[in-house]
Design a protein around this ligand. Sequence first.
Ligand SMILES: Nc1ncnc2c1ncn2[C@@H]1O[C@H](COP(=O)(O)OP(=O)(O)OP(=O)(O)O)[C@@H](O)[C@H]1O
Ligand SMILES: [Mg+2]
Length: 258
Amino acid sequence: MKIAITGKGGVGKTTLAALMAQYYADTGMPVLAVDADPAPCLAGALGFPAELRQRLRPISEMDELIEERTGAKPGSIGGFFTINPRVDDIPERFSVLHRGVRLLEMGAVDTGGTGCICPESAMLKTLFTHLLFRKEEVLILDMYAGVEHLGRATVDFVDAMLVVVEPTRRSLGTAAQIKKLANDIGLQRLWLVGNKVRNQEEKKFLEDNTPSLPVLGVMYANLAVQEADRLGIAVYDYVPDLKEAAAQMAKKLKEIIQ
Ligand SMILES: Nc1ncnc2c1ncn2[C@@H]1O[C@H](COP(=O)(O)OP(=O)(O)OP(=O)(O)O)[C@@H](O)[C@H]1O
Ligand SMILES: [Mg+2]
């Protein structure tokens, strides 16, 4: 099962990714959570202990590995390098495991907005494709807004893209853009997830204004979520209401896509 989570900045993508990853792990499924945000913070949301977090390094920052695999130094432009480097050992070698969730950080590639092909982007692209082809685990991708990571060749392997929204017109506007981009590359299996909803009125607003996407579920606004972050405790362990809401969604999704 491969699940990609997107949405406008700050809507709760990482919170949802962590909750769903821990839920599937607790039901005994092998889980690989991938932090594809240039500023990684999924480890914190999952409550990974500091000593494990220290061992994590984003793949895009591993210059030596990238050079070894692609044959060119990161940052070099114009030379020859392998565009499909070996990556199959990377998930196990560079991830850390805690409470059944394996976590990998991808890091950022600065392509200067040109979508250039450089050794580090070749490495990340190949790794993404590899992760989507792997059969053995539940893959949870914590992405930022957009679908840049997913090329046409890989969308068939994404079972679900969840677009997180707050009950605001702006965040629903971003969801509509994401839907269009996803549809453009052939990805149709999209669901909306409402977050930071305060009451029935806001829930209804979301349902009435979805960009024609089915609503998978809703998580209510809860100050304990920020408190958990401050205390360094996973929301999963600290906020039962959110844990339950995410569990319901994860369960429902599993039934739909399996
Ligand atoms: N249901 C909720 N109730 C209250 N606060 C929430 C809720 N969900 C998330 N938050 C808070 O909102 C902020 C953003 O959440 P989170 O980091 O999960 O969003 P994100 O979409 O991953 O953000 P980014 O775009 O920066 O990666 C955090 O401070 C988090 O604690
Ligand atoms: Mg995030």
